[in-house]
Ligand binder design. Structure first.
Ligand code: SF4
Length: 199
């Protein structure tokens, strides 16, 4: 931050600084210590910092999650504050309003934290495990690919394409994860492949 000080203002400020320093030299150290004892400790000092990426959009801003509760000691972590990561090359500590409100999103009682399934014929969703959800997705993909994979087109040219399933990737992934996702999706012959960043 730039402070535009006139010479007169600077001399007044410098004079005030000298006066305060002189008070300390004259034995006001105890008063200052008493004053400091009344200052509340920085409330984030006792929390755990975890670096992460904002999940909302393709800008993928770096964030720091502050939580209390010692996970290593078996306690449950509770996120108490989220702010932009000043060391992150994308956002340098800034967040847009959505990112700035992330704590409420993370702690929302209505937030889904488990996969849900509405079985055929049912009118309600039921919670299922991640393993069951992944197995069901893998099974459905395999069955669809086996039934619809096109190895050659009508002219006999090898095309190796699978047009009946699409894949949507997340934009908050690292470059390495995105590269790997692309390789897996394309190696299966999927052409319908898009990214959250464009949605
Ligand atoms: S803070 Fe805003 S701009 Fe940054 S990733 Fe989140 S939603 Fe996008």
């Amino acid at each position: 931050m730039n402070i535009d000080l006139s010479r007169r203002s600077f001399l007044k400020l410098a004079g005030a600084g000298v006066a305060v320093t002189s008070l300390g030299a004259l034995g006001f150290g105890d008063a200052e210590a008493a004053e400091a004892a009344h200052v509340r400790p920085f409330k984030l000092a006792s929390t755990t910092e975890t670096r992460n990426t904002c999940p909302y959009c393709s800008v993928a801003c770096g964030i720091i999650l502050y939580s209390d509760g010692d996970v290593k000691a078996g306690e449950t972590a509770r996120i108490t504050h989220i702010e932009g990561d000043a060391d992150h090359p994308t956002n340098h500590g800034t967040l847009c309003p959505k990112g700035a409100a992330l704590k409420d999103f993370v702690n929302a009682e209505t937030r889904l934290t488990m996969p849900r399934l509405r079985r055929a014929g049912s009118d309600t969703f039921e919670e299922i495990s991640w393993d069951e959800a992944l197995d069901k997705v893998a099974r459905a993909m395999k069955d669809d690919r086996d039934a619809n994979f096109v190895a050659k087109n009508a002219a006999g040219t090898t095309v190796n394409r699978w047009l009946t399933t699409g894949f949507l990737a997340a934009s908050a992934a690292t470059n390495e994860t995105a590269w790997l996702t692309y390789k897996v999706v394309r190696s299966m012959g999927l052409l319908g492949f898009d990214n959250q960043a464009r949605v």
